[in-house]
Every structure is written in C-alpha cells, then in structure tokens.
Write a protein that binds this ligand. Structure first.
Ligand code: B12
Ligand code: SF4
Length: 424
C-alpha cells in the first residue's frame, strides 16, 4: 500500500524534537513491503502547500498521523495544541478520502477522547511497529479490524488488548535519512535515541505508563551503539537519550557508556536521570562518553511532598547525584513541580532553598501539575472536588493548591529575579 506518515507536531518551544516514533513506524512499514512517504511538519513554513504537494504526488491509500503534544503543560498561559492537528486533518480530507489512523505519545494518553475531538475513525495506543503493519494488512485485504491489539475505533473503543514487544531488539532502528529534510544543518540537532521503553516507578502524576507501559524493556547496548553509529556516519554529532530513567539500572547505563567510549565516536549527548541512583564510576563513564547534560527531575525539596508524589529517592540522594555529576563537570538541569497535593508555603520555601543549595546549571520551575487520566493525582483531584470524575482531561486541567497559588507565583518570581539560570 502507499502509506503517508505525517508528524503533526509544529511546536518549536524548548527544542525541535525529531519524530522518532514515526520514523520507527516508517521503517517497520517499509520492511513489511509498503511504499512509505514521511512528512515532518515541524519546520514546514507552508503546511497547506506541503500537504497539497505530497498528497497529490504520492496519492496515498492510507494516512497515519503522529500526535506528540496535546498541550504545552503550562498552567497560567495554556496552549491547547490539538486544534492545529484538526486543521492538518481537515486539509488531508480536502485532498483525499483515504482512511486516517492516529498514533503517538499524546494520542496514547487520550486514545478515545482524541478520536472524538478530531473526528477521526481509528488510532493505535502506544508502540505500533508491530500493530500498524498488521492494520495495513487487514485494511488492504478488506478484513475485519476487531480484536486488533491497541486499536481504538471511534465510538467502539478498544478492540484488543495492547501488545508490548517483549524484546525491543526485534524492532527496527530508525532511519537517519528520514531526518534529512527536517535537519538542513545536522550539527544543530539533538537526535533522539531510545534505549528502553516502560517505567515501573508510578510517580503520582505521570502518564508514561499509558504511553509505554509499566514493564521495562531494554535494547541490547550493541544495537543502541549501532543506532548512534548510523547517525554519526551521515553527519550527526549530538544526541538526546529520550529514556525517562537513563541511569536505571546502573550496569546497563554503564555498558552503554563503555560501548560509546570503545567506539570512539566523538559525540555529545544529554540524558534524563531518575535522581538518587548513581555512583562515581557511572559519572566518570558518562563524562568520558561525551555526556554534557543530565536532567534531574527531583520536583521537590520536601521529603513529605516527594512521598506524596511517590518518588523513591530522598533529598540526600538527590544532593549526592548532583554533587557527583558536578564533580566530573556534567551540567545539571533541575526541575521543580510546585503546587501539588499537600503543598504548603513551607514546602515551597524548602524546595526553592533546596534547589538553590544544589548550585544547578539550570532550574525549570513549573507551577501547577497537569492532571492525566488514570493517575493517582487524578484520583486526588476528584476527591478534592477539583475535577469531575467524568472529565476526560483532554482539555488540560491542573492541580494546584488554590489558597497559595498567587503566593507561589509571587515567591517564584522573586527567586527567579535573583537567579538568572532559573526559568519557568
Ligand atoms: C523525551 C521527551 C521530551 C524531550 C525531547 C527530546 C528530543 N530530542 O526528542 C524534551 C525534554 C525536550 C521534551 C520537551 C517537551 N515535551 Co516531552 N516528552 C518526551 C518523552 C519522555 C519521550 C518522547 C519520545 O521520544 N519517545 C520515543 C518514541 C519512540 O516514542 P513515540 O514517539 O511515542 O512513538 C511510538 C508510539 O507513540 C507510536 N506512534 C508514534 N507516532 C505514531 C503514528 C501512528 C500513525 C501510529 C499508528 C503510531 C505512532 O509508535 C511509536 C513507536 O513505537 C515523552 C513521554 C513518553 N514517555 O513518550 C514526553 C512527552 C511527549 N512530552 C510532553 C510535553 C508536554 C513536552 C513539552 C510541551 C514540555 C514543555 N512545556 O516544554 C515540550 C515540547 C517539545 C516540542 N517542541 O514539541 C508530553 C506530551 C503530552 C501533552 N500534554 O501534550 C509527553 C507525553 C510527556 C507527558 N507529560 O506525558 N520532551
Ligand atoms: S520516573 Fe519519570 S517516567 Fe517514571 S513514573 Fe516517574 S515521572 Fe514518570
């Protein structure tokens, strides 16, 4: 089949994220024998023109659309990003009447409500390298779509229990050539690399389990290196590990670093840590392997709030992680998430003072926590009367302790004025 795959993300804030998941789907679809066209709209100046040219010349038999962001998670100036996707879909419909299938991280959190909002007939929740080609096969042969794992049909719900690849090594690596049209200057892009999927940590507010599942599946380090080498060979030098917990388990993180060092790749990279888990050997290996920055999402400087968030690390262990990284010269970007359940003026002050004491290279402070479905935070928000149990939460709702919200904003403003490397 002729399959057009569109990345609908046009959000340029923070970073220009290359659509890694859609790239993986494109390779899996190509490997299944289909003719694939890949269209990343992120840096397209004229989206209508790009859609027009691609759809008219390629004449797809099916269109897959990747939805990364639903909103920007900012409470006081929220931007809802699905309306832009709606326009993209309406443009596709003007040009073609073939089936449209949705997928992606944002879609996977809200599989039913997104189909309804965008008036699209089907979507696949979660990783789709296996299921999307199965769907194409069924559509091509005119077969029944019921029982297809992870497939949602509008109005009919989930068709079959989701499928998680047990072994990530069986899934194809992304194709660096698919990035070429979005990355005219290869030296400017932090290419996303994924080593594992799933997170068992169950932080109270987090949507990752809905997207990737709870159980962790890891790629063997040899294949992670192959992925990086394929990019280095065509000119990329900067990488962003998109795993939420790069440092867990320590032995796996160390093995990846060792293999990068052995391959003598001369690359720079960033990664995301679960704070608290580190030793000197890992810090040393990170440094030697080219790691320049680690994100430390410790979120609070109050032990009580950390327990409320179901974080399994302590303030002491955050400090230890930060100090060990600092000692080898790796930049540390910290994160605070203020205003959640149980927050008081005292815990906010503790958090700001704690972050200050770490002497971070950058600190991002978020006020108000985006409520995602099926999370502990959503349950608390319902019992606190903040949201209705019927709310599907597609239109963003945030948890914040109302009584101290204005005070938090004012206090954070004061601290930021005195810290040039702190941002909201
Ligand atoms: C790493 C990451 C980042 C990094 C990006 C680094 C980089 N260079 O790419 C950083 C930290 C910079 C970042 C920034 C932001 N992020 Co972010 N990020 C992630 C994270 C953890 C992983 C994304 C990823 O690369 N996954 C790996 C790939 C392989 O998976 P995938 O794309 O989902 O693809 C698979 C499936 O979804 C599916 N699929 C994908 N496309 C399609 C298409 C079809 C047709 C089908 C069938 C299937 C399908 O199959 C794929 C392969 O299995 C996700 C959370 C998560 N666990 O997914 C959040 C996430 C995507 N981010 C989110 C947000 C909000 C943001 C920001 C807006 C935050 C902010 N205020 O700054 C910015 C936006 C950046 C931008 N310009 O778009 C939210 C989006 C939800 C929402 N509320 O909209 C998420 C889901 C986190 C969350 N809170 O739940 N992010
Ligand atoms: S460790 Fe990160 S990805 Fe895992 S549940 Fe907590 S916030 Fe989510």
């Amino acid at each position: 089949m002729r399959v057009l795959l569109i990345s609908a993300n046009t959000e340029q804030s923070n970073i220009l994220p290359l659509p890694l998941g859609l790239n993986c789907i494109a390779v899996a679809t190509r490997n299944a024998g289909h003719d694939v066209r890949f269209l990343d709209l992120l840096t397209e100046k004229n989206i209508k023109k790009a859609l027009n040219l691609t759809i008219k010349s390629f004449n797809p038999e099916i269109i897959g659309i990747s939805i990364r962001n639903i909103d920007d998670q900012v409470m006081n100036t929220p931007r809802f990003l699905l309306d832009q996707v709606k326009e993209i879909i309406s443009e596709c419909r003007k040009l073609s009447d073939v089936p449209i299938v949705l997928g992606g991280a944002g879609y996977s959190i809200f599989p039913e409500s997104t189909l309804n909002y965008l008036e699209v007939d089907m979507g696949i929740q979660g990783e789709s390298e296996i299921v999307f080609p199965m769907l194409l096969d069924r559509i091509h042969k005119g077969l029944d779509l019921s029982k297809l794992p992870g497939l949602y049909l509008r109005g009919l719900g989930l068709q079959g229990e989701r499928l998680f690849a047990k072994n990530l090594d069986m899934l194809p690596l992304p194709d660096p050539y698919l990035w070429f049209s979005s990355t005219p200057d290869k030296s400017e892009y932090w290419v996303p690399i994924q080593t594992r999927r799933g997170c068992p940590m169950d932080c109270s507010y987090c949507s990752t389990a809905l997207i990737e599942g709870h159980s962790v599946r890891r790629r063997q380090p040899k294949l992670v290196i192959e992925d990086i080498v394929q990019h280095v060979d065509v000119g990329y030098r900067m990488f962003h590990f998109v795993d939420n917990t790069f440092n867990i388990p320590l032995h796996y993180a160390k093995e990846i670093c060792r293999k990068i060092i052995e391959s003598d790749l001369n690359i720079s990279w960033r990664c995301i840590f679960y704070p608290g888990i580190i030793d000197n050997e890992l810090a040393d290996l990170l440094d030697k392997a080219g790691c320049k920055e680690v994100s430390l999402g410790f979120e609070s400087g109050s032990e009580r709030i950390l327990r409320n968030m179901n974080k399994k690390f302590s303030l002491d262990s955050i400090r230890r992680t930060s100090d060990i990284l600092k000692a080898v010269g790796i930049k540390r970007m910290g994160f605070l998430l203020l205003g959640g359940p149980g927050e008081t003026k005292e815990t906010v002050e503790q958090s700001l003072a704690f972050a200050d004491s770490l002497d971070l290279d950058l600190l991002k402070i978020t006020i108000g926590i985006r409520i995602y479905p099926n999370t502990k935070l959503a349950k608390v928000a319902i019992s606190d009367g903040m949201i209705s149990p019927e709310d599907n939460l597609l239109i963003p709702k945030f948890y914040v302790v109302k009584e101290i919200e204005a005070w938090i904003r004012e206090t954070v403003r004061f601290w930021i004025n005195n810290h040039p490397n702190w941002i909201t």
